[in-house]
Design a protein around this ligand. Structure first.
Ligand SMILES: Cc1cc2nc3c(=O)[nH]c(=O)nc-3n(C[C@H](O)[C@H](O)[C@H](O)COP(=O)(O)OP(=O)(O)OC[C@H]3O[C@@H](n4cnc5c(N)ncnc54)[C@H](O)[C@@H]3O)c2cc1C
Ligand code: FES
Length: 260
């Protein structure tokens, strides 16, 4: 196990009212898109965060509860701890067009994957979804990368009026799909991809403690999400009892799925 290193926050960017990007004075050059780090606020908690960029190490975090609220109160020059990278990331198929689907705060790893796909010359479309136009992160960053960008908002304030998964359903060029976002979105993509035999990789979240396969906290019907995932091939999720139905709390209690 790597021990956490404490480093300075070098830059903070406000993406939306509730989403901020933290650029750390650290590097993880070996990291793959879809991998995560354990981010530590001494005296508060330690939580998994997907890597949005490896050099300098960057994470994009939605303010939703105690940990993320504390992090959002940190300033440039404050210190945070990190260890990793951990987990199985996305494996980019360079021979086929790619559709990258992001919902809400799932945007960090999708941005990292988009940068790799552009570097490798893969024809890339990003489908970006949010509740409303003001809650849409990273649209400018994706445009600057030069990928095709399609947008969906639940309330119709920008782009397609509806879910981002409906955009995926309309595509006719049968790209490989790579996705990160709320579990209901992943369930819809799983159904679509299995029904139309489209290759896909989906990034899941479960409550984590160790982050590297020791504690068993992130168990999902025989998988450890921190080690076997967080990115799963779509067929690995076939018939998983808890996928889209249940998650576990810090104490291991079964809870209904998070709607995020
Ligand atoms: C592998 C992995 C990678 C992750 N990467 C990221 C990331 O890149 N960015 C990020 O913001 N979070 C990410 N998370 C989630 C993160 O680890 C925390 O769970 C999250 O920050 C909430 O912690 P909290 O203590 O602030 O709130 P909690 O007390 O854990 O949650 C408060 C409430 O908000 C809901 N919730 C939890 N997370 C979110 C969210 N992100 N958006 C909306 N509602 C939520 C919970 O279901 C709960 O009802 C990742 C999780 C995993 C397992
Ligand atoms: S978080 Fe400990 S085994 Fe996955």
């Amino acid at each position: 196990m790597t021990l956490p290193q404490t480093v300075l926050i070098r830059e903070i960017r406000s993406e939306t009212r509730a989403i901020r990007t933290f650029v750390l004075d650290a590097e993880a050059p070996e990291a793959a898109p879809g991998q995560f780090v354990m981010l530590w606020l001494p005296g508060v908690d330690e939580k998994p965060m997907s890597i949005a960029s490896p050099v300098p190490l960057t994470v994009t975090v939605a303010r939703v509860g105690p940990f993320s609220t504390e992090l959002h109160q940190r300033q440039v020059g404050d210190r945070v701890g990190w260890r990793g990278p951990y987990g199985r990331g996305f494996s980019l198929d360079e021979s086929r067009p790619a559709l990258l689907v992001s919902g809400g705060a799932g945007v960090g790893p999708i941005y990292f994957l988009a940068t790799r796909a552009v570097e490798r010359g893969v024809q890339t479309t990003v489908a970006l979804g949010a509740r409303t136009a003001n809650a849409l992160p990273y649209a400018e960053q994706f445009r600057a990368l030069g990928v095709e960008l399609v947008i969906a908002t639940d309330d119709g304030t920008l782009g397609h009026h509806g879910y981002v998964t409906e955009l995926a359903n309309q595509l006719t060029n049968r790209p490989n799909i790579y996705a990160c976002g709320p579990e209901p979105m992943l369930v819809a993509l799983h159904r679509l991809c299995r029904g139309r035999d489209i290759p896909a990789q989906l990034s899941l979240e479960r409550y984590m403690k160790c982050g590297f396969g020791i504690c068993g906290q992130c168990a999902l019907n025989g998988f450890l999400v921190c080690q076997d995932g967080p990115v799963f091939d779509v067929d690995q999720l076939d018939g998983l009892r808890d996928f889209g139905r249940a998650r576990r709390s810090a104490t291991g209690r079964r809870l209904p799925p998070s709607l995020r």
